[in-house]
Design a protein around this ligand. Structure first.
Ligand SMILES: NC(=O)c1ccc[n+]([C@@H]2O[C@H](COP(=O)([O-])OP(=O)(O)OC[C@H]3O[C@@H](n4cnc5c(N)ncnc54)[C@H](O)[C@@H]3O)[C@@H](O)[C@H]2O)c1
Length: 351
């Protein structure tokens, strides 16, 4: 019995969720809904997906633009077990009542507040508490990375507190003609930035403070962390802890991966769909540990890191897989996630 899934909002996140659902052995993508009529939604039609009109006005516009329309959002909801809402920030929360009325479970994204669903999700941290719920929110890209990395260190009883600086991309690559800053760096106006408090919606006991700024590029986010450990530890111990956790992979300056654009290019060369990187990419040879302090740098592909979490959230709400690690393992294997982007044999020999 496959989980029948709808995606509402076929944008940056929605199209990736739709693709991931289509390759999962236990899921079926029934259709996608949107309000747009341009190339983005036409691509879905070209892929053979059933496209539904998310609003009455959208149905009229889609038909006028000559697009095949499979039905209304209500028609789509009547055929599915779970809807993934990937509409823009603040639009999604307005849909919650319609999902409840249709008896369909709903996965929201990080643009919505924790209060919208009362539950925020990162698979490795709290899969079990999402089981059978009617809705959850997959936290944002940065928050997902924070929970993965700091959560792994906290589970190993190594982390006392974390202070991080986040350099964010200005806008998504496909939207940089519409906006985005240029030739500057824009600090967020308040400290902590929202990501640290947001991580505590998933792991309330994390002692974390984040400071963030937007930089004038579209090449993913980069985080810089100072970690107070619970005791002196070796660099190898910190690395082993991260190696043992899911959805963290390593990159190395020694391999020429010296900047965020090089990692983006590597993902393309590895044949990743759209160049996606679902893992947090930790710079292994930058990690430094001195006594009971660790210093960590990693890269987050904002467009794709939440995709595996969303797939796990679908299973958790549907209740078909009750064990988080089993769901994570299935998702990661089907997507082709890695623990190392360059296997040992392909790494640069240390000088
Ligand atoms: N872009 C990222 O890097 C990123 C990363 C993590 C989480 N998120 C979160 O994911 C969610 C979606 O963001 P996105 O970047 O994919 O947005 P997007 O703008 O790329 O896509 C949104 C899609 O929803 C459609 N839409 C607009 N109004 C609609 C409506 N009423 N009904 C149905 N469809 C509608 C738009 O036409 C568009 O196709 C947000 O909560 C965002 O915060 C985004």
């Amino acid at each position: 019995m496959n989980i029948k899934v709808a995606v509402n909002g076929y944008g940056v996140i929605g199209k990736r969720v739709a693709d991931a659902v289509r390759v999962m052995p236990d899921m079926e993508l029934v259709g996608v809904a949107d309000v747009a009529t341009d190339w983005r939604v036409r691509t879905a039609v070209g892929l053979g997906l059933d496209v539904f009109a998310a609003t009455p006005g959208a149905g009229t516009a889609m038909r006028a633009a000559g697009m095949p329309v499979a039905g209304t959002l209500a028609d789509l909801l009547s055929q599915v077990d779970v809807v993934v809402d990937t509409t823009p920030k603040k639009v999604a929360a307005l849909n919650l009542e319609a999902y409840r009325a249709a008896g369909v479970k709903a996965v929201f994204q990080g643009g919505e507040s924790h209060a919208t669903t009362g539950h925020s999700f990162v698979a490795q941290a709290n899969y079990a508490t999402a089981l059978g719920r009617d809705a959850t929110r997959v936290v944002s890209c940065n928050t997902t990375s924070i929970v993965r990395i700091l959560g792994a260190l906290q589970d190993s009883e190594l982390l006392a507190r974390a202070r991080g600086v986040l350099i964010r991309r200005a806008t998504d690559p496909g939207e940089s003609h519409q906006g985005g800053i240029m030739n500057t760096l824009v600090p967020e106006s308040s400290i902590p930035s929202h990501q640290g408090p947001d991580a505590r919606t998933v792991r309330p006991d994390l002692d974390v403070v984040t400071i963030a700024a937007k930089a004038a590029h579209t090449q993913t986010h980069t985080h810089f962390w100072t970690l107070q450990l619970t005791r002196p530890a070796s660099r190898e111990e910190v690395l082993e802890t991260l190696r043992a956790a899911p959805r963290i992979a390593f990159i190395r300056m020694a391999d020429g991966l010296t900047a965020s654009n090089t990692t983006v290019e590597l993902m393309r060369d590895l044949g990743r769909p759209r160049g996606d990187m679902w893992e947090v990419a930790v710079w292994e040879d930058v990690l430094t540990v001195e006594g009971d302090e660790a210093y960590l740098t990693y890269q987050v592909n904002n467009e794709s890191i939440v995709i595996p979490e969303t797939i796990d959230a679908i299973r958790a709400l549907a209740g078909t897989v009750t064990d988080g690690p089993t769901s994570i393992a299935t998702t990661d294997e089907v997507l082709g996630m890695r623990r190392d982007f360059l296997p040992d044999a392909l790494r640069a020999v240390p000088a």
